[in-house]
Design a protein around this ligand. Structure first.
Ligand code: SF4
Length: 234
């Protein structure tokens, strides 16, 4: 049933997450965010996330590893490296010239504005840190929220899979914005579950709730799904 009010929406979002947790599709899934988190270094997180824009995780992980091997993903190394060399190291990520330019620009600003001290970038409460992140070239809502989430702040990054699933489930309207989608999950879930829910939703979008032909008849959420009830896919 289409959720009628906020209370229904939050209940539905929690039920969705509980079911996704049970089927746990995030096992054996490659995520750029695993690199992001394991690096435990804000600058590396930022570069890995820029590389992941508009490409799949396999390509962005390969590009990151290649950049690490050829140049080293450290602020001083990237600052010294030529834009062309960076682009050549990240070919597999796609849009390599654009990404190399963003990486150089963001590195320059981080050195000029924060002396390369990434902790300063994230100082203060979430809202302030998010605003500073969003001022950087190549950093949009999703990138900022990934950095915040994987540095232990309260944030719920939204990618294309999460957008599609949230809209299909009528947790937001068909044109629900990034901020609305992020907010519904943040309000429904415990902050300790944000990271897992973010990854479970992405895995579910890759494996079940596909963009073109979602596997609705096998979907464990089909009794909750407005899209399925209104025609959906078999
Ligand atoms: S029923 Fe279909 S559209 Fe709805 S969540 Fe499942 S796969 Fe996605």
């Amino acid at each position: 049933m289409k959720p009628k009010n906020k209370k229904d929406k939050l209940y539905l979002a929690r039920e969705v997450y509980n079911r996704l947790k049970r089927i746990n599709l995030r096992r054996r899934t490659r995520y750029t965010s695993k690199i992001v988190k394991s690096s435990n270094d804000i600058y590396r997180m930022l570069i890995a996330t820029i590389l992941s824009q508009n490409t799949n995780d396999k390509n962005s992980i390969d590009a990151y590893r290649n950049l690490e091997k050829k140049i080293g993903v450290e602020i001083e190394n990237i600052n010294r490296a030529g834009e062309k060399d960076i682009a050549e190291s990240i070919l597999v990520a796609g849009l390599y010239n654009v990404k190399a330019k963003k990486i150089k620009e963001v590195t320059k600003i981080l050195l000029e504005r924060y002396g390369g001290d990434m902790e300063k970038l994230l100082e203060g409460e979430e809202g302030e840190a998010r605003r500073r992140l969003l001022e950087l070239p190549g950093v949009g809502y999703k990138t900022a929220d990934i950095i915040l989430l994987f540095t232990g702040r309260k944030a719920f990054p939204v990618d294309t899979h999460i957008t599609r699933i949230t809209r299909r489930l009528s947790l937001v309207s068909e044109k629900g914005s990034y901020e609305e989608i992020s907010r519904v999950w943040m309000e429904a879930l415990d902050p300790d579950d944000y990271e897992d829910a973010h990854l479970q939703l992405i895995a579910f979008g890759r494996k079940v709730c596909l963009a073109r032909k979602p596997r609705c008849s096998d979907c464990p959420l089909n009794d909750l799904c407005e899209y399925y009830k209104s025609g959906g896919y078999g």
